[in-house]
Design a protein around this ligand. Sequence first.
Ligand SMILES: *[C@@H]1O[C@H](CO)[C@@H](O)[C@H](O)[C@H]1NC(C)=O
Ligand SMILES: *[C@@H]1O[C@H](CO)[C@@H](O)[C@H](O)[C@H]1NC(C)=O
Ligand SMILES: *[C@@H]1O[C@H](CO)[C@@H](O)[C@H](O)[C@H]1NC(C)=O
Ligand SMILES: *[C@@H]1O[C@H](CO)[C@@H](O)[C@H](O)[C@H]1NC(C)=O
Ligand SMILES: *[C@@H]1O[C@H](CO)[C@@H](O)[C@H](O)[C@H]1NC(C)=O
Ligand SMILES: *[C@@H]1O[C@H](CO)[C@@H](O)[C@H](O)[C@H]1NC(C)=O
Ligand SMILES: *[C@@H]1O[C@H](CO)[C@@H](O)[C@H](O)[C@H]1NC(C)=O
Ligand SMILES: *[C@@H]1O[C@H](CO)[C@@H](O)[C@H](O)[C@H]1NC(C)=O
Ligand SMILES: *[C@@H]1O[C@H](CO)[C@@H](O)[C@H](O)[C@H]1NC(C)=O
Length: 462
Amino acid sequence: MLTRSALHVAVAALLLCAAAVGGAGASRRPAAAGGSCCRKHVKRITEYGAVGDGKTLNTAAFARAVADLSRRAADGGGAALVVPEGKWLTGPFNLTSHFTLFLHRGAEILASQDLNDWPLIAPLPSYGRGRDEPGPRYSNFIGGSNLTDVIITGQNGTINGQGQVWWDKYHAKELTYTRGYLLELLYSHDIIISNVTFVDAPSWNLHPTYCTNVTISGVTILAPVHSPNTDGIDPDSSSYVKIEDCYIVSGDDCIAVKSGWDEYGIKFNMPSQHIVVRRLTCISPTSAMIALGSEMSGGIQDVRAEDNIAINTESAVRIKSGVGRGGFVKDVFVRGLSLHTMKWVFWMTGNYGQHPDNSSNPKALPEVTGINYRDVFAENVTMAGRMEGIPNDPYTGICMSNVTAQLAPDAKKLQWNCTDVKGVASGVSPKPCPELGAVGKPCTFPEEELVIGPPELPKCTY
Ligand SMILES: *[C@@H]1O[C@H](CO)[C@@H](O)[C@H](O)[C@H]1NC(C)=O
Ligand SMILES: *[C@@H]1O[C@H](CO)[C@@H](O)[C@H](O)[C@H]1NC(C)=O
Ligand SMILES: *[C@@H]1O[C@H](CO)[C@@H](O)[C@H](O)[C@H]1NC(C)=O
Ligand SMILES: *[C@@H]1O[C@H](CO)[C@@H](O)[C@H](O)[C@H]1NC(C)=O
Ligand SMILES: *[C@@H]1O[C@H](CO)[C@@H](O)[C@H](O)[C@H]1NC(C)=O
Ligand SMILES: *[C@@H]1O[C@H](CO)[C@@H](O)[C@H](O)[C@H]1NC(C)=O
Ligand SMILES: *[C@@H]1O[C@H](CO)[C@@H](O)[C@H](O)[C@H]1NC(C)=O
Ligand SMILES: *[C@@H]1O[C@H](CO)[C@@H](O)[C@H](O)[C@H]1NC(C)=O
Ligand SMILES: *[C@@H]1O[C@H](CO)[C@@H](O)[C@H](O)[C@H]1NC(C)=O
């Protein structure tokens, strides 16, 4: 029987649920229909035999839990798997649809450091092979394909990839296959990742691929600044992705928007578009705050970065491409950057290199155009702009306005080095290269907001 106070909590949750679905006057929908509501079936991982001692391997418990909750969720009520305080060691596992993974405060899901617990999976069709090594790749730690309505949230619990063993083997060239990503969802839509912490990924952290309608908010991502390829969030051939209020410290790009690799990406032909990055704080001394590429062969279009902060980061919004990539990067809008200790405020690269095999097409030239930066303040800068397009394939339509880069004591004498780029600038200090001709007006930023995710994040606690 429910006690009075438990009933009270349940009723309160239902009310919140109704508010999240439609607010006053909206037609009633059952809980979890549409995905923005509290789940009907709620189970703790302990109910499937898991032990939170940091030593017991709980792979079977996670698999049983997701299989069971997948069946239960099918009645339309959705399901939540609750991970309470404790250390829950497990091998890789997949998620399911109409599903919430809810981590309590002090809950930590630990990835097994035994490579035998990591099965091999097929490479991504848009990459043709693993990113580190040819052929198949190690499973992602948390995966899922063809899902809808997935929420990963809680009270800032942690998903810990325990990546040190992978980084060591990677550096020692002891890995035959590509490292797994910490979280990868394929062909999925209506995803929310909010109020969780990801640490020490073996390689990339969050990798939504072939996905639409993804909200990532209030997420903390931490990896040592010299760990290899620990990118924070990599939307890949994905559309309508919103990344807000995240804090990322990593050994590679804090965010890297991608869309497949050379001839495989060109053939797969699925762009990343309608991407929003707001109020990010990034620390990444050897990489970019936001990279576009280098894998961009399916195209990248309509990226909007607003009010972002980088501290001790190599560059801000960087474009990485090269001959053989094909594809495009266009309609990039950046407004409001606050940058402290930067090697390059602006960095574009036209000879990134790194090809999947020897079959990339040397005639596949990327189109890079319509790149807008405004309202940028940077201090302790080594060099304002390193702008390298591609010979006979210049990066065009670059616009910079209202930019101040205050130089570091050991700043370079040459502040701008521009080759194979064309554009305009106004109110930019120090004075830009002649390739960026004068114009008297601010650079464009779209006025209408993109609609991504639910109007309000669900507030369900379990
Ligand atoms: C997860 O799903 C993928 C297919 O999307 C499959 O290849 C893989 O084996 C599954 N992993 C686990 C641990 O079940
Ligand atoms: C997921 O959807 C894709 C694209 O529709 C399809 O090719 C693939 O076979 C599906 N995968 C699974 C595991 O159902
Ligand atoms: C979440 O946890 C991380 C890691 O412990 C911490 O850095 C971050 O400040 C926490 N976020 C919130 C909102 O409490
Ligand atoms: C996007 O996903 C949210 C749930 O995360 C859902 O409420 C919303 O309707 C979806 N929007 C579209 C356009 O599919
Ligand atoms: C390209 O070909 C060269 C020589 O045939 C070979 O040594 C190299 O491994 C190949 N590179 C890739 C990425 O396959
Ligand atoms: C110029 O950019 C700064 C931020 O660096 C902003 O505070 C200021 O309002 C901008 N000025 C104009 C005229 O937009
Ligand atoms: C300025 O940048 C240099 C690296 O170029 C760094 O060593 C120094 O600590 C930074 N100074 C401040 C005040 O942040
Ligand atoms: C400027 O950039 C080009 C590549 O685009 C490079 O070859 C050249 O060395 C750079 N010049 C200086 C002085 O750094
Ligand atoms: C994350 O926390 C914020 C601030 O407390 C809250 O507004 C939001 O609803 C939470 N997200 C989820 C999915 O519960």
